[in-house]
Ligand binder design. Structure first.
Ligand code: P6P
Length: 348
């Protein structure tokens, strides 16, 4: 049966179904966290949109982050904005950022006690060229209070994160914001996927994609083929097969890759296809991080009828052992991810 539309029929052209209206259906505590994230992303959208004007392009001069990547000015600014909004909402117990080595216990917590993991500005190497970037987040609900031993906060916080953040069990909400030709917030709380486009004149995210479903196939693949020689035989054979017209009714797959996960994933979600970042000879677990990149994107894909896989298992079944743990990621149309998995099965 067709999913029920979420937005009521418009009573007037001036009636907007905003993100805040959509939030009213949720638990108050979660609603507060998500509202604070939407405010952070509006601020980041403004900073990204004015980067060239406000001298916000270029490197921060803070050296490399925990990922070994040179921080951009906007990486630091976006991380600060995200962290401040999450602290000030009073509902987060612990926050973990791609930009911070260790998770942070939030003193301002008054209730809720959620664990929020995020990549505040993914793909920031694209900023100076004005290419799409994005923010990615996941919200986990701890089964019990995350008791932080203030004598050894770092250790207990990391164990708190890895014990609590079981993507397949208690990833309550997952989402991203794409900063591109439009600023669009895409989110799931476990009952479908919804897209809200920022109306810059009203300053609100407005529902534009009511219950997104990913197309069965898209005949588009997004892989960085510059790494081809580093990939194992199964992945090479898979990529080679996409280029054989005879296998696909006379027209091979199209390659589309902008080097920004949020942009490549969003196109895959709406047009179908597959995004892949395999492990390789240099990095056997690939580049993307489980908790705040692979798991949120996989939850969104599954909620839209697609799939998120490491090649050999469902991403949401991976039990984390480290905050910045990396896993290979293949995500998109279910049929296309399952076709890729046959090349891993063959190898096995
Ligand atoms: P490569 C950006 O650094 C990122 O984390 C993703 O947004 C993107 O898909 C990927 O890495 C690009 O990595 O190695 O192809 O430049």
């Amino acid at each position: 049966a067709a999913a029920k539309p979420t937005a009521p029929a418009k009573r007037s052209e001036f009636e907007l179904f905003t993100f805040n209206t959509w939030l009213f259906n949720l638990d108050t505590e979660l609603c507060t966290v998500l509202s604070s994230i939407s405010v952070a992303c509006k601020q980041i959208a403004a900073a990204v949109g004015r980067a060239g004007i406000s001298s916000l392009t270029g490197v921060a001069g803070t050296g490399e982050n925990v990922q070994g990547e040179e921080q951009k000015k906007l990486d630091v600014i976006s991380n600060d904005i995200f962290s401040m909004c999450l602290r000030n909402c009073g509902r987060t117990g612990v926050i973990a950022s791609e930009e911070e080595e260790n998770p942070i216990a939030v003193e301002e917590t008054t209730s809720g006690n959620y664990i929020v993991v995020f990549d505040p500005l993914d793909g920031s190497s694209n900023i100076d060229a004005g290419i799409s970037v994005g923010s990615i987040f996941g919200i986990y609900e701890p089964a019990e209070e995350c008791v932080v031993d203030m004598d050894d906060p770092e250790k207990t916080l990391s164990s708190c994160i890895t014990n609590v953040c079981q993507p397949g069990k208690n990833l309550l909400a997952a989402g991203y914001v794409l900063y591109s030709s439009c600023t669009i917030l895409v989110i799931t709380t476990g009952d479908g996927v919804f897209g809200f486009t920022l109306d810059p004149y009203v300053g609100e995210f407005v529902l534009t994609h009511d219950r997104i479903t990913i197309p069965e196939t898209g005949m588009i693949y997004a892989f960085n083929e510059g790494n081809y020689q580093l990939w194992d035989a199964g992945v090479k054979a898979y990529i080679d097969s996409l280029k054989e017209p005879s296998k696909w009714g006379g027209k091979p797959y199209s390659a589309r890759y902008i080097g920004s996960l949020v942009g490549d994933f969003h196109r895959t979600l709406l047009y179908g296809g597959i995004y892949g970042y395999p492990g390789d000879k240099k990095n056997t677990t690939g580049k993307l991080r489980l908790l705040y990149e692979c798991a949120p994107m996989s939850m969104i894909a599954e909620q839209a009828g697609g799939k998120g896989s490491t090649g050999v298992e469902r991403v949401l079944d991976v039990v984390p052992t480290k905050v910045h743990q990396r896993v290979p990621l293949f995500v998109g149309s279910k049929k296309e991810v399952e076709y890729l998995e046959t090349f891993f099965a063959k190898k096995a």
